[in-house]
Design a binder for this molecule. Structure first.
Ligand SMILES: [Mg+2]
Length: 339
């Protein structure tokens, strides 16, 4: 027999996530009651995953549980904040316990790892969608914003770029295959999607790893920060626009994984510059902080790479290297700039 809403909540959601002393009342009352530490600012963000828009029917429930929280954690990381509490609004076509069990495993593992408690939410019936609202804390005035970059600052990114875009192509069957006949494309796609050397690309798409500790370590060091959800070019343009500056990215410096180089070949820099969903941090910093930033990243075991500079004026230029074949390439999302 199908479980009622309250039975589903008791079984799957009440025990979910980290136990936190600052949760006075969590799931089960009309609203949650939370103790905000004196002298903190609250940081709040929300993000939805909708079937057919953000993921395809049949996507792994466990991966969706992870991803729904990860994309929100990435926004909190980009603010330099510490995540604390989340609300979950889940719309399900049916109360499928097999699906729910896997979803909760993915969500709970990341929530516990990052110290996030589930304090409330909503379950309803309808087309599958997952919306998480995440709250975090930051010392007053210490949050990283998009509008603090200054001419002369250096631009950095964390991790490697373009892996998730390649992973999306592999998982959802886009990219290479479209350039060929339908059947040939399909066969090549299936063969590619199964290749073990591309597993890290699929992993980066399905299970993004938000840079929460790095974001907090950048407080007082970075002048501006944004997380990369829509692609390096578009998100860098957003940061520079918010800061009233221009900038330059050196495409020869982009951090590319070996898996991406193998998969993308000559397209790899384009995937890194134009592909989205990396959930890495892009940040600017005065050159005087370069050593402290590199030490902080090393201490956390995080890779960071200098990829460009902030300048006077407006607009974002890309230096595509000496490779003449790349000069004509315009990254996806180019048209978004300036909107
Ligand atoms: Mg963001």
């Amino acid at each position: 027999m199908a479980l009622s809403e309250s039975e589903l909540i008791e079984r799957y959601f009440r025990p979910l996530g980290a136990a936190r002393a600052d949760v006075v009342l969590g799931i089960g009352d009309d609203a949650a009651l939370l103790t905000v530490p004196p002298g903190s600012q609250l940081v709040v963000t929300t993000d939805a995953l909708v079937e057919g828009v953000h993921f395809l029917p049949g996507a792994s429930a466990r991966a969706l549980g992870h991803r729904a929280l990860a994309v929100n954690l990435s926004d909190i990381a980009a603010m330099g904040a510490a995540p604390a509490w989340m609300l979950l609004s889940l719309i399900l076509p049916e109360a499928n316990e097999g699906w729910l069990g896997q979803f909760v495993i993915g969500l709970a593992a990341l929530a516990r790892r990052e110290g996030v408690a589930l304090v409330g939410g909503n379950l309803s019936r309808g087309p599958l969608s997952i919306t998480i609202t995440l709250l975090g804390q930051v010392p007053p005035g210490a949050a990283l914003r998009r509008d603090g970059a200054r001419p002369g600052d250096l631009l950095y990114v964390s991790g490697t770029l373009g892996d998730a875009a390649a992973g999306r192509e592999l998982v959802q069957g886009q990219g290479h295959g479209q350039e060929q006949g339908q059947e040939q494309g399909q066969e090549r796609r299936q063969e590619q999607a199964a290749r073990p050397e591309y597993a890290p690309l699929r992993e980066r798409f399905e299970s993004p790893q938000p840079r929460v500790a790095l974001g907090q370590a950048l407080r007082g060091l970075a002048s501006a920060c944004i997380d990369l959800s829509d692609g390096l070019y578009v998100d860098a343009a957003r940061l520079l626009h918010s800061s009233g500056c221009g900038g330059q990215i050196d495409a020869t410096c982009l951090p590319l994984s070996n898996a991406l180089r193998a998969y993308g070949g000559a397209r790899a820099p384009q995937l890194a510059l134009g592909g989205g969903e990396d959930y890495e941090l892009l940040f600017s910093a005065a050159a005087a902080h370069a050593t402290a930033i590199e030490q902080a990243a090393t201490g956390l075991g995080e890779r960071i790479t200098r990829i460009g500079t902030v300048s006077e004026g407006t607009g974002l230029g890309v230096n595509w290297s000496n490779d003449a074949t790349m000069t004509a390439a315009i990254p996806a999302g180019f048209d978004h700039f300036g909107r």
